[in-house]
Design a protein around this ligand. Structure first.
Ligand SMILES: [Zn+2]
Length: 304
């Protein structure tokens, strides 16, 4: 999962029109309302697809039209229905069939489902927030509004949260919580439950992420070996370092460009390149490590 920015105040016209059309029936029938996929799916898809570069908002796999579904972050139906968000733009995410099926109607939150009537504790949201004149409070339907965030949702929202702060990819390709339980239990649980709810550690995803890590490692290792062999014949060391390593760094950096799959993996490799790739390749040889550090600094300087 990576961060994407969506303007919550600018839903697609057809989605907005469909919501206006269905509002009365929706508020009357609540979870029993017939949610029309031509509105929440067909109307939202043309804008969600380019926004996410055709990828799943949870697992980052590229989706064929057949695998593309529009997921309700907060479920429209089920044991706890957020029916009034069935056509809400900030509640709709492009998600592959596998992730959507895994998550189903689940939406665990940190606050209790029931609180005593006189308690000042926050409980799970059961109904939409209304304005004094009885109309729907449209602002309080946005996924980032305190009315909804007060529930302390566990599932990360790629348009509100910064997934990179919660999740990291291990060398094995497995996704894990970046935050330790002892440091912040709620944040730890957010990462952990997001992984488990959407099955982000399913075998194929681990394999794809491990593949990216291994190809980056191999690329840098082979280039390092080649460079060391030819080093003594080089007259201008900085320029031969540039020639040998800039192309490799560029390929690694490209792994987390928005249009790539599994960019969290590329991002983890790049932002920890010294601790991960360099250490693996150098195997405690300080001279090689210094040379790679030098090459990296040259590369970063060249980008400024
Ligand atoms: Zn997915």
């Amino acid at each position: 999962m990576r961060r994407f920015n969506k303007d919550f105040n600018a839903p697609p016209d057809a989605l907005q029109r469909g919501f206006e059309e269905k509002k009365e029936n929706l508020l009357e029938r609540k979870a029993e309302h017939y949610f029309e996929s031509r509105i929440y799916n067909t109307a939202a898809k043309p804008e969600l697809k380019p926004l996410y570069h055709g990828k799943c908002a949870y697992c980052e796999s590229m989706m064929s039209d057949d695998a593309f579904t529009v997921e309700h972050y907060r479920p429209k139906r089920g044991s706890h229905s957020y029916y009034w968000l069935g056509y809400e733009w900030s509640n709709l995410l492009p998600v592959c069939k596998k992730c959507n099926h895994a998550k189903g109607d689940r939406f665990p939150v940190g606050v209790p489902s029931r609180v005593l009537p006189d308690s000042d504790k926050k409980g799970r949201v059961k109904n939409p927030q209304l304005l004094p004149n009885g109309d729907l409070d449209i602002d309080a339907m946005k996924a980032d509004h305190p009315y909804l965030l007060g529930e302390k949702p566990y599932l990360l929202h790629p348009e509100i949260d910064e997934p990179e702060e919660f999740l990291y990819v291990k060398r094995t390709g497995e996704l894990a919580s970046k935050i330790e339980k002892e440091v912040n239990e709620y944040h730890y649980k957010r990462a952990d439950k997001t992984i488990n709810l959407t099955h982000l550690n399913r075998e194929i995803l681990i394999w794809k992420r491990r593949n990216i890590i291994e190809s980056c490692e191999n690329l840098l290792r082979n280039q390092t070996v080649r460079f060391l062999k030819e080093k003594d014949h080089q007259h201008n060391l900085p320029s031969s370092i540039r020639l040998a390593f800039f192309v490799v760094f560029e390929i690694i950096e490209n792994q987390f460009k928005d249009d790539q799959e599994y960019t969290l993996t590329g991002w983890c490799i790049w932002t920890n390149i010294k601790e991960t790739l360099f250490k693996t390749i150098c195997e405690n040889n300080q001279e090689i490590e210094q040379m790679l550090d030098y090459a990296l600094n040259l590369y970063i300087e060249s980008k400024c």
